[in-house]
Write a protein that binds this ligand. Structure first.
Ligand code: 6PG
Length: 245
């Protein structure tokens, strides 16, 4: 399925619109008496979305029906400034009334190999399966300047095709160990949404969305859900090299 490209005037407008979409998805599951599973991305981009969900939509979301997971985590303690969990906790989780059992943290302080296996089992327990892999209702991804997604870096593309749900990866510059969901899980989501903003990523966005020959090098170019929906949510700056912009 071709990606749906949505361009917003600013990161704030993107966050407002997408938060509203997330609420619709949660409510649709709620009315079917189903829980809604979301895998969050790390990095800075989602902070605005977290704040909008916590401050503008908090009262309209049945949080007991929402289960939060992470697409990846750095192998650090939860209070470490590097922790993706810490970021979500600060901007969202501490501001909403959600049962602690609905927050499925990757235990970054655990042994990476053991935690990768443990987390995969936790996902299996909560996330519905489709085609033999967990199928999240929503996976949110950012994209690094090298085209990495979650913690799948260009030099570790085997993680895109792993038969496992989670793998341990190594940051190419810092050698920091990470735990990441794999490409098969990302491509099994009902909805996978890239949130990419800023001029610095504009060229990469155009290379990937225009399917340039060299784009195979970027893990982000390999994220194309087989049966789910793929959306690229961009601000105007990140879309400047897309045609008819
Ligand atoms: C991580 C993130 C990573 C992030 C991109 C974009 O753990 O580092 O999951 O994949 O999404 O690096 O980060 P920014 O949103 O900060 O640009």
């Amino acid at each position: 399925m071709e990606p749906i490209i949505r361009i917003f005037h600013s990161p704030a407008e993107l966050a407002e619109e997408f938060a509203s979409d997330i609420v619709s998805g949660i409510m649709a599951a709620y009315h079917k008496e189903r829980h809604f599973t979301i895998a969050l991305s790390g990095g800075a981009t989602p902070k605005t979305l977290f704040s909008v969900l916590a401050e503008e939509f908090n009262g309209s979301i049945p949080w007991k029906n929402v289960h939060f997971f992470w697409g990846d985590e750095r192998c650090v303690a939860p209070e470490d400034p590097e922790s993706n969990y810490k970021c979500a906790k600060q901007y969202l989780l501490d501001k909403i009334d959600i049962p602690g059992t609905n927050i499925h943290r990757i235990i970054g302080e655990n042994d990476p190999g053991a935690e990768s296996d443990r987390y995969a089992n936790e996902i299996k327990d909560f996330v519905k399966s489709k085609n033999g892999f967990p199928s999240f209702d929503l996976i949110i991804l950012g994209m690094g300047l090298d085209g990495h997604i979650a913690s799948i870096f260009p030099d570790q593309q085997a993680l895109l095709h792993s038969e496992k749900i989670c793998e341990v990866s190594i940051h190419p510059a810092t050698s920091q160990k990470r735990i990441t969901l794999t490409g098969k899980v990302f491509n099994n989501a009902a909805l996978l949404a890239f949130l990419v903003t800023g001029k610095s990523k504009a060229w990469l966005v155009s290379e990937i969305l225009n399917k340039a020959k060299e784009s195979d090098y970027y893990p982000a170019a390999h994220i194309i859900p087989e049966n789910g929906k793929l959306e690229w949510l961009l601000d105007e700056e990140a879309s400047i090299f897309l045609s008819n912009q």
